[in-house]
Design a binder for this molecule. Structure first.
Ligand code: PLP
Length: 385
């Protein structure tokens, strides 16, 4: 389906119909598969014949999701996992051995930072954290044994951005894999592989499902790397369930249409907030005043659904604004049809030390909104003091 445009691939790619010719993808809720004969079983186990053996290895519903997401990211292959975290974990464990080194952005999803600082460190893997946007810092931190650059761009909640093409030039020169967590943008707005990244990581729990129903994750990239990552999950177990694969598969069909609506409303909200006297500062990459607006314009097709802002005052003032809302959901999740509001310093980033919060600009008066699909006028009305 190479010749089709994004939205057509989103709807049509990955179809895997059975003899029933079902029009909507079937859910294969089965742990294992029967063989026609002992010989066929032997051939399947010996990898002489393609086909399903056990759903920890392959499952048709999961494969349909993998095919669709690979097509949308422009990847050779994609491997689905039980959650975004297991996608990140599988990637790191596949690419690094004890004694090796990776460089990670300081501004990443809270649990990613916890994973790196606790579990990954136990495997004697060295990690250097750098300022996402500082290309010199990435380059200067490279060691002989560096195997991976890991980052999210734009960062959440402040929308800091690194120029993926420029960073990919540094990683390629040094033979280092570049992995971009594309959860906040999705392939509807940004295609890291086309910009030179080696792997794209997803928490499909967010915009790809888009309706807050399940956890799912994925990694996409070259066939070689993805095969290695899938043999890791095949043996360790965090593969995606058929039921959750079906949910996120359906989510992909409407991803671009939802993202366009999220972006449109987020822009309206950012412009409105920017004009309010009770707001000190708005962080939305779509605003020309955002320091990374021009790089965003270069490597993204739009600016996404996350809007953060600082209220005048301190934590109490931020809490008061959050508690004053009637419709918005006070939850740390993002990428839902429902607009969510959260105070990063006490929720998503609570495990950071005061110094780390300062470095990441997570202040006490900062609020993050993931703009949903309600009418934007109602969202704005809910935020009026
Ligand atoms: C939520 C999230 C994750 C983790 O994904 P889960 O599906 O919750 O495991 C990773 N990265 C980013 C940017 C996220 O927002």
């Amino acid at each position: 389906m190479e010749e089709y445009n994004f939205q057509t691939k989103a709807v049509r790619e990955g179809a895997n119909e059975t003899e029933e010719q079902e029009h909507s993808a079937a859910i294969f809720l089965t742990s294992s598969y029967r063989f026609k004969s002992a010989e066929q079983a032997a051939d399947r186990f010996a990898n002489k014949q393609k086909g399903n053996v056990y759903s920890r290895f392959t499952n048709p519903t999961v494969e349909a999701f993998q095919k669709k997401l690979a097509a949308l990211e422009g990847a050779e292959k994609c491997h689905a996992t039980a959650s975004g975290m297991s996608a990140i974990f599988a990637t790191i464990m596949t690419l690094l051995k004890p004694g090796e080194h990776m460089i990670a952005s300081r501004c990443m999803f809270g649990t990613t930072i916890v994973l790196l600082n606790t579990i990954i460190k136990k495997f004697d893997i060295q990690i250097t954290f750098v300022d996402l946007k500082d290309l010199d810092a990435w380059e200067k931190s490279v060691q002989k044994n560096t195997k991976l650059f890991l980052l999210e761009t734009p960062s959440n909640p402040l929308g800091e951005i690194v120029d993926i093409e420029k960073l990919a030039a540094i990683s390629k020169k040094n033979n280092i894999a570049l992995a971009v967590d594309n959860c906040v943008m999705t392939p509807a707005l940004q295609k890291p592989l086309a910009l030179g990244a080696d792997l794209v990581i997803h928490s499909a729990t967010k915009y790809i499902d888009g309706q807050g129903r399940c956890l799912a994750g994925a990694v996409a990239g070259s066939g070689l790397l993805i095969d290695e990552i899938s043999s890791f999950t095949r043996s360790t177990g965090p593969t995606l369930s058929a039921f959750n694969a079906w949910i996120v598969l359906k989510g992909l069909e409407t991803l671009k249409i939802r993202m366009d609506a999220h972006c449109k409303s987020a822009m309206k909200l950012a412009i409105w907030l920017d004009d309010q006297s009770f707001i000190k500062k708005v962080h939305y990459i779509g605003l020309e005043s955002h320091p990374h607006h021009s790089i965003a314009k270069k490597q993204q097709t739009d600016f996404g659904g996350i809007v953060s802002f600082e209220v005048n005052g301190n934590r109490e003032d931020a809490f008061r604004l959050i508690n004053n809302t009637k419709m918005l959901s006070i939850t740390a999740n993002l990428g839902d049809t429902k607009t969510t509001i959260t105070h990063p310093s006490s929720t998503t980033h609570v495990r950071l030390t005061d110094e780390e919060k300062k470095q990441s600009h997570i202040s006490e008066n900062l609020i993050r909104i993931s703009v949903g699909l309600e009418d934007i006028d109602d969202i704005i009305a809910d935020l009026k003091p």
